[in-house]
Design a binder for this molecule. Structure first.
Ligand code: NAD
Ligand code: MG
Length: 369
């Protein structure tokens, strides 16, 4: 991994009174305490929420930095995994906050991947009707996607992210060096989310990602820094234009209608979210070609890229009816219509609400043939 040391970037997400900075800098984890000094008039109590995998790796560094800056730190360490993104874990966070007696203006800090970030954000939105929260994302996915934009949630047996709130953080503090301890499979799934921004709105980013894929997978500091910054900028631009997903924010769900169906049909046990979304994106690309929206070769170009990333590219075999049933439950549907994000080509996604079930059947048939 090459060293750059000075490669730091700050990007401001402008949302009026809910504006905040995204700061990206190798090694910045140990300076979180300093960074928070600018946000609060004086340090008081705070709580760091993490999980049993991430806390042993990074809690000491975060705690030391906060204590040196004068903060009184308590911790809430949760079980690891999407299956713990539940009401029960939410209850444990509430218990910890009550016991630590955090007041309305004392912050919680999410130290972990998207699961910890989403749960912490939702807990912050609810405890005393809202306390400040800070995102310290530690997975590629969380650094390029979930820590920015204010979607917070927990799961319910009836569906993923069904209980949640739009609630923006006060700061997103990104140290790419923490990715060194992340499993390669998680790195690949996170890179898929960065490729997604290229597919949706930035063909040049897609081309750049393909050229630099080897370096990205090896966590090269320069490439990683640029990938995270471009991703955060795209996410922030979309969120600034459409904070609560009335319109264009839905484009970020490219691959998700099929991806969520894949996750649910395989009971969330076979694919990581990013992997399911990658397969879903290939399906959206083929559907776009079949409906005449995208030029021939679009799907192939994306598949070649995903192969470079090392992502699964084969569509699991389920009947058209199974697909339609699974997608009918997608909560992003307006009324009973299923919404698809399709492509006019690489770098140009659009929302289609008029895709017929027949078109989906033909798409599925093309895989089963
Ligand atoms: P995750 O949080 O489960 O993290 C993946 C695994 O990596 C976990 O086992 C975790 O403990 C471990 N880990 C985290 N950081 C590590 C590190 N630095 N070193 C070693 N291990 C580490 O999964 P994720 O992919 O980060 O996030 C997925 C979640 O994000 C899903 O619940 C999804 O719904 C949510 N999400 C939210 C948004 C949003 O806008 N809020 C967007 C996309 C995804
Ligand atoms: Mg996603």
């Amino acid at each position: 991994m090459s060293e750059t040391g000075t490669a730091q970037h700050t990007y401001r997400v402008e949302l009026g009174p809910r504006s905040y900075d995204i700061h990206i800098e190798p090694g910045c984890l140990g300076r979180l305490g300093e960074a928070m000094a600018g946000l609060f008039s004086s340090p008081s109590r705070c709580m760091v929420i993490s999980n049993v995998t991430v806390a042993p790796l990074y809690m000491d560094s975060v705690r030391t930095s906060l204590e040196l800056a004068g903060w009184q730190v308590s911790e809430c360490i949760l079980a690891d995994g999407e299956r713990y993104k539940t009401m029960e874990s939410f209850g444990l966070i509430m218990d910890a906050l009550m016991e630590a007696k955090l007041s309305r203006n004392e912050p919680v800090i999410a130290l972990g991947g998207g699961v910890v970030g989403d749960m912490t954000g939702f807990a912050a939105a609810c405890y005393r009707r809202g306390i400040p929260f800070i995102q310290v994302p530690t997975t590629v996915l969380a650094q390029v996607d979930s820590s920015v934009g204010g979607k917070t949630a927990i799961n319910h047996p009836h569906g993923k992210n069904m209980i949640g709130a739009f609630y923006q953080p006060k700061l997103v503090w990104i140290d790419p060096t923490v990715l060194n301890t992340l499993e390669l499979r998680e790195i690949r799934a996170g890179i898929a989310e960065a490729v997604k921004y290229g597919l949706i709105r930035d063909a040049a980013l897609f081309a750049w990602m393909r050229e630099n894929m080897h370096a990205a997978l090896n966590l090269d500091a320069d490439v990683l820094g640029k990938m995270i910054l471009s991703s955060c900028r795209h996410k922030a631009e979309v969120v600034m234009a459409d904070e609560t997903e009335q319109g264009q924010r839905a484009l970020l769900n490219l691959g998700h209608t099929f991806g969520h169906a894949i996750e649910s049909m395989t009971h969330y046990s076979t694919y990581l979210h990013g992997e399911a979304v990658a397969i879903g994106t290939l399906m959206a690309a083929r559907l776009s070609e079949q409906l005449g929206h995208a030029p021939a070769g679009t799907e192939d170009a994306i598949r070649t890229c995903y192969r470079q990333v090392g992502l699964p590219v084969d569509v699991p075999a389920f009947s058209a009816q199974q697909w339609l049933d699974a997608m009918g439950h997608d909560k992003k549907n307006v009324g009973s219509r299923i919404r698809y994000i399709l492509l006019h080509g690489i770098g140009n996604a659009f929302l289609a609400e008029d895709v017929s079930p027949d078109a989906i059947c033909s798409l599925i048939d093309s895989y089963l043939a």
